[in-house]
Design a protein. Structure first.
Length: 232
């Protein structure tokens, strides 16, 4: 008898998040997917076609009260996969010299602090055999930051996300679960822009391939959507 796997995908209303939900449903997972708005567009349509395998929830990961309310609604649920995809960006060529403080704070809050706070609050719903992942970026690599490509604050926020997840792993040295920092590639989404070279379908399929391949492996891994290690 095949056991149905369960996933909680946070930030799934569009782009790669929506693609992750589609790929998991194709592989017979039971999925709970969140968006900031109730019954968000394509996600709602996907739920209607899912024969009950897709449950929709709303949460704003930057709002602690919203996160706490979602945790209360899901208390008692168990997820083989918790994956936080939510994120934001800024104007590509803004640097520390000219970015508004409010924009810096928004990007750091949404891309670094809020995802790991979410993991802190929800990891109790993931069993010892499960996987906890966050959507990082190849641009979070300090080692690879050797040329001017823009998105300096975005880069910093993803590096901070990686560091915070490494701290989480250090505080749980005996945790058998797999922890993943995923770099999805440069993808044509609202965040990635029209010049990006990758598609949502290829990226999301690769990310899910990696998630499934690393299931049960344990440890913290910084990987791209092809399964290759990204240098810190």
């Amino acid at each position: 008898m095949t056991v149905t796997k369960r996933a909680l995908i946070v930030g799934a209303s569009r782009g790669i998040g929506l693609g992750l939900v589609e790929r998991l449903l194709e592989r017979e997972w039971q999925v709970t997917a969140t968006s900031r708005r109730s019954r968000a567009g394509e996600l709602a349509t996907l739920a209607e076609r899912s024969a009950g395998r897709l449950q929709l929830e709303t949460v704003d990961i930057d709002d602690p009260d919203s996160v706490a309310a979602l945790h209360e609604r899901l208390t008692g649920a168990g997820f083989d996969l918790l994956f936080v995809n939510a994120g934001t960006t800024h104007d590509r060529w803004e640097t520390v010299a000219d970015i508004a403080t409010s924009t810096f704070q928004r990007v750091m809050l949404t891309n670094a602090l809020s995802p790991v706070r979410f993991v802190e609050q929800f990891h109790d719903l993931v069993p010892d055999t499960g996987t906890i992942g966050v959507m990082s970026s190849g641009q979070g690599s300090v080692t690879n930051n050797t040329r001017v490509t823009g998105w300096e604050i975005y880069r910093a926020s993803k590096s901070a996300l990686n560091q915070l997840m490494r701290s989480f792993a250090a505080r749980h040295p005996d945790d058998p679960r797999t922890l993943l920092l995923m770099a999805p590639g440069w993808v044509r989404t609202e965040l990635g822009g029209p010049d990006a070279t990758g598609t949502v379908e290829d990226s999301s399929r690769g990310v899910v391939d990696v998630i499934e391949a690393r299931s049960g492996a344990g440890g913290l891994h910084y990987l791209d959507y092809r399964g290759q290690t990204v240098p810190w």
